[in-house]
Design a protein around this ligand. Structure first.
Ligand code: XUL
Ligand code: CO
Length: 447
């Protein structure tokens, strides 16, 4: 039998709180996530499409700017050897299976060590990918998306696609070509571009217009290559306003959609929206999702949350049920997740350093999303919110509203119509009522 990396932990199951014994209450388990339970005619497993990420789960020692790693990782000998990379992958797939997480995501450099040359790095990656292919097959897990790390190595200090040095651009194309190809080999449902250093620290040394052109060229080249190798997954851009740079070009959904439209990339890419990035942009997650869905461009979600008042990307596990309700409402309203998923781009706090904390933290996020999914379905079934919005705009469905919307009236004609009005009807927005309806549905006591 293969070595067990998480001894003593059996596969997490759904157990309702009432049925659980005192001992069972401390074991990692699901209190709300019941994979086979149907919500709006689809199983929770299919509605939520959970993924775990390799970078936080396997490669984050939980260090911070003030102190080193704390995470206990008995499966990892700390070396950059291929054998160690393989063993780490074994531990990860055991974790995914025991935590009932069907999907996963990775950066090329999370999986395999960078070598002395591009060819050497590619050989390393191929070796681990062959191993991971077997692990996927034996465990039934699937790749949600892959990506290339174009931000950690010092060569990318000025950016990758947006570097002032053409050689760096070339190196980045080699890395993306390979990462796209191995994502395709592993059956990835998507591929992500997060422009970690695609931005600037100061405009004093930056030709912003040129850098944006370079980034667009890079994305065109990548999209063309994806097509040429027969990759049918969704290409995703992950907005973030800053950190590590002062300003990143994909700063939020609006800016990214504008960029895609400006450079003829709209339709080739969708958005991967992350909660903590929305917060850093000074927006709510609901806002970012609303903008993306309005454009028909919500592709996937990086599920985490920030820490109120702290201007850092703290990548906490998403345990706020109001947040998960709002996310799942946006998702259900757009017809559900199809190619995308809920990827826990989240890390445990530095003091949650034991291997079992990986299970507690993911289960906490999964349960919070199960609560959010059910609450969102109840809000939709209740219908009051939907009906209110429909009625709020009802005047636009009148013959007059229709004429304005379809462009049949000039400004002068509109102004003339205004002079004929005897009363002007403008009803209440009822925000507080609507907020109380959400609370009523979310916290309804079971009867
Ligand atoms: C960084 C971040 C990345 C992307 C993938 O803030 O979210 O991990 O998700 O590169
Ligand atoms: Co992310």
């Amino acid at each position: 039998m293969a070595l067990e990396h998480f001894p003593g932990i059996t596969q997490l199951q759904f157990e309702s709180t009432r049925a659980a014994s005192r001992d069972a209450k401390c074991r990692p388990t699901f209190r709300h996530y019941n994979p086979s339970e149907l919500v709006e005619s689809r199983s929770m497993r299919d509605q939520l499409r959970f993924a775990a990420c390799y970078w936080h789960t396997m490669r984050n020692g939980l260090g911070d700017p003030f102190g080193g790693a704390t995470a206990q990782t008995p499966w990892d000998d700390g070396t950059d050897s291929i054998a160690n990379a393989q063993q780490r992958a074994d531990a990860f797939f055991e974790f995914l299976t025991k935590c009932q997480i069907d999907r996963w995501c990775f950066h090329d450099r999370d999986l395999a060590p960078e070598g002395q040359s591009i060819a050497h790095s590619e050989r390393n990656l191929d070796t681990i990918v062959a191993h991971v292919e077997q692990l996927q097959r034996s465990s039934g897990r699937r790749l949600l998306w892959g990506t290339a790390n174009l931000f950690s190595h010092p060569r990318y200090m000025h950016g990758a696609a947006t570097s002032p040095c053409v050689d760096v651009f070339l190196h980045a194309t080699a890395q993306v070509r390979k990462a796209l190809e191995v994502t395709h080999t592993l059956g990835g449902e998507g591929y992500v571009f997060w422009g970690g250093r695609e931005g600037y620290d100061t405009l004093l040394n930056t030709d912003l217009a040129r850098e944006r052109d370079q980034m667009a060229r890079f994305l065109h080249l990548a999209a063309d290559h994806a097509q040429s190798i027969g990759f049918r997954g969704v290409l995703l851009i992950e907005p973030k306003p800053h950190e590590p740079t002062t300003h990143q070009y994909d700063s939020d959904s609006e800016a990214t959609l504008n960029f895609l439209r400006e450079f003829g990339l709209f339709g080739k890419f969708k958005l991967n929206i992350e909660t903590n990035h929305a917060t850093l942009a000074g927006h709510s997650m609901e806002h970012e999702l609303a903008v993306a869905t309005a454009a028909g461009a919500l592709g996937s979600i990086d599920a985490n949350m920030g820490t109120t008042g702290l201007g850092w990307d703290t990548d906490r596990f998403p345990t706020d049920v109001m947040l998960t309700t709002q996310i799942m409402l946006a998702v259900l309203n757009m017809g559900g997740l199809t190619q995308g998923g809920l990827n826990f781009d989240a890390k445990r706090r530095r003091a949650s350093f034991e291997p079992i904390d990986l299970f507690y933290s993911h289960a906490a996020g999964m349960d919070a999303f199960a609560i959010g999914l059910k609450a969102a379905a109840r809000i939709r079934a209740d219908g009051r919110l939907h009906e209110f919005i429909r009625e709020r705009y009802a005047s636009w469905n009148s013959p007059m509203g229709e004429k304005i919307r379809s462009g049949q009236f000039t400004l002068a004609q509109c102004a003339h119509e205004a002079t004929k009005l005897s009363t002007l009807v403008s009803p209440s927005g009822r925000q507080e009522l609507l907020e109380s309806i959400v609370n009523e549905i979310l916290f309804a006591t079971e009867r």
